[in-house]
Ligand binder design. Structure first.
Ligand SMILES: Nc1ncnc2c1ncn2[C@@H]1O[C@H](COP(=O)(O)OP(=O)(O)OP(=O)(O)O)[C@@H](O)[C@H]1O
Ligand SMILES: [Mg+2]
Length: 265
């Protein structure tokens, strides 16, 4: 289908030491979806995200990006961006320069780079902070800069691996609301790894609950896209219900992972 961003067909990953990071995984992501990967440690969330970012290749199966192989991403003018758990900013450069970096690498001229960096910073509520240095920012602000640096290339697919894990709950909730706006209002397709069930319940249109030994998708859970992801939703009975249902699925996935680990030993 034309709105298919990603399709994974029986994708497996076996590491050189023999560890089966991922058993066959099938996954389709469509434009505008917010897909979360949750599951116990070691279930292959990062492995899956890195396969999708083409940071490593599959041992078996096939991945397609907008219907093509990875070379087609650039050829079709599509872009991926990756946000890691750590903001990884250049300490000697101010915020504007940090955000401009991907454009510098693409050879975009300085004036348009600066303008686009300011726009990206404004999208994460940091329009005023371009002249500041990373050491002058809070952890939440640094993470916002990291998101702005990902947004500055106007990606078609944003990959995030536990981006808010190190933040306090209040800051994390605010950033989750910003992420929800980027996806549900601006249409940014996002794949998001998190350990936090409530974060997945708040943000996702689709949740992949993964199990370990080997890593695989244990259950898929869809959430109505039309829900407005705001503070009222967080306090609603519907949110509590989604969280409860995800907790049950996660508990079952963890239980299966433990059983599988015991069988392997
Ligand atoms: N480069 C590697 N070489 C060998 N084994 C690896 C490698 N990378 C990951 N693994 C193994 O593959 C499995 C999946 O790892 P992965 O990092 O994807 O898990 P995860 O779900 O992201 O866990 P966490 O929640 O702790 O980040 C684990 O058993 C891990 O030890
Ligand atoms: Mg991980």
């Amino acid at each position: 289908m034309s709105d298919t961003v990603l399709s994974l067909d029986a994708v497996e990953k076996v590491f050189p030491n023999g560890v089966r990071g991922l058993a066959p995984v099938d996954l389709t992501v469509r434009a505008g979806e917010f897909v979360s990967l949750i599951g116990p440690s070691g279930c292959g969330k990062s492995t899956l995200l890195k396969l999708i970012a083409n940071l490593h290749g599959p041992s078996a199966g096939s991945l397609r990006w907008w219907g093509s192989d990875f070379r087609g991403v650039g050829q079709k003018g599509r872009r991926l961006a990756f946000v890691f758990q750590d903001a990884t900013l250049m300490p000697w450069a101010n915020v504007g320069r940090n955000v401009r970096l991907p454009l510098d690498l693409m050879g975009v001229d300085r004036a348009s780079g600066d303008a686009r960096a300011r726009t990206a910073l404004a999208r994460v509520g940091l329009g005023h902070a371009a002249e500041r240095y990373p050491a002058q920012l809070s952890g939440g602000m640094r993470m916002r800069v990291s998101i702005a640096r990902a947004l500055v290339t106007e990606p078609d697919l944003l990959l995030m691996d536990e981006p808010f894990g190190a933040l306090d709950e209040f800051t994390r909730n605010r950033l989750d609301e910003e992420m929800a706006r980027l996806c549900y209002q601006d249409g940014l397709t996002t794949l998001f790894v998190t350990h936090a069930l409530h974060e997945a319940a708040f943000l996702s249109s689709n949740v992949m609950v993964m199990a370990a030994h080997p890593g695989r998708i244990h259950a898929r859970y869809a959430i109505d896209r039309t829900i407005v992801r705001d503070e009222a939703f967080r306090l609603s009975e519907r949110f509590a219900e989604i969280s409860r249902e995800l907790a049950v699925l996660l508990e079952a996935a963890s239980h299966e992972s433990h059983l599988a680990a015991e069988m392997q030993t």
